[in-house]
Design a protein around this ligand. Structure first.
Ligand code: AMP
Length: 279
């Protein structure tokens, strides 16, 4: 496995491999890797000749200075983990390499910007759009692997690929969870022991809400159930719980079989976690 920090170095290296007919699977990450990330890389390696993982804490997608400051940066241990899944190349640029000048370019993903992560993290998807577009241009993958954990990001990236005619296949992989149901996240490292013990309540409550919805309760009642259940837990501060149409992530007022997504965001102290459930 090789680590590249410069854009031109990895581009030149990949160019010669692609000329030999090799296919490239790409997993963009912000590092502090866990089993969820590694599963994406394993899938990329299984389906392509070469697996590339980028590690870049992208400043332009953070709308909260504290979140950016405390985001874990663990390149050395990330590299060790990536060796275990036979990753071929890590692309780990610094901010100057990626943004010698901050782009004035602005992406607006329309309705996707107005709900959930778009609504509560203004500018977030503009930053995601810019970095993902740049990374796609640099790596030129045949396939790109993203996690369902960031459901709205998947929708944004799908739109980006479509609107800008990127010649690649988008593969969405399932959410990896801890044994107690908590969705794996780099931000889990920032939880105190007490917060870590509370965090599985997000997934647990969504599952209870799912049972209620499938038993015929209305969307209104189910939403109130989630709000009440979580507001009764001291230490969890719910930001949103939304029922969305999986096709376009617009809010829905009734259950659509196979196309309903529960999406949730909550603060545990200063750490913000998101999760979702599709059914
Ligand atoms: P991140 O570095 O956390 O921004 O995530 C990099 C990629 O890994 C994104 O496509 C995420 O959706 C994906 N990812 C993060 N957490 C998980 C998880 N628990 N299961 C599966 N994929 C994940």
């Amino acid at each position: 496995m090789q680590i590249f920090h410069s854009i031109s170095a990895i581009q030149n290296h990949l160019k010669s491999l692609v000329r030999q007919g090799k296919t490239v699977g790409f997993v963009p990450t912000m590092g502090a890797l866990h089993a969820g990330h590694l599963a994406l890389v394993e899938t990329a390696k299984t389906n392509n000749d070469i697996a590339v993982c980028s590690i870049f804490v992208n400043p332009t997608q953070f709308n909260n200075a504290h979140d950016l400051a405390v985001y874990p940066r663990t390149l050395e241990s990330d590299a060790q983990l990536l060796e275990t899944v036979n990753c071929d190349f890590i692309f780990a640029p610094n901010a100057e390499e990626m943004y010698p000048d901050l782009p004035n370019l602005k992406f607006d993903f329309g309705d996707l910007e107005r709900v959930m992560e778009g609504e509560f993290r203004p500018g977030h998807f503009n930053g995601v759009g810019i970095v993902v577009a740049k990374l796609f241009h640099i790596i030129k993958p045949d396939r790109a692997y993203f996690g369902q954990k960031d459901l709205q990001q998947c929708a944004v990236v799908r739109r980006l690929i479509h609107d800008l005619s990127f010649d690649l296949e988008l593969i969405i992989c399932p959410t990896h969870r801890e044994t107690d149901g908590l969705a794996m996240s780099s931000r889990n490292r920032n939880l105190t022991e007490e917060q870590r013990n509370l965090a599985p309540n997000l997934y647990k409550t969504m599952n209870l809400a799912k049972e209620k919805l499938l038993a015929g309760e209305s969307v209104q009642v189910v939403k109130m159930f989630v709000q009440k259940t979580l507001s009764d837990i001291q230490g969890i501060d719910l930001e949103y719980f939304e029922l969305s149409n999986l096709d376009n992530l617009k809010p829905i007022n009734e259950y659509i079989s196979g196309k309903t997504a529960f999406c949730i965001a909550a603060f545990l102290g200063k750490t913000r976690l998101i999760d979702n459930l599709i059914f």
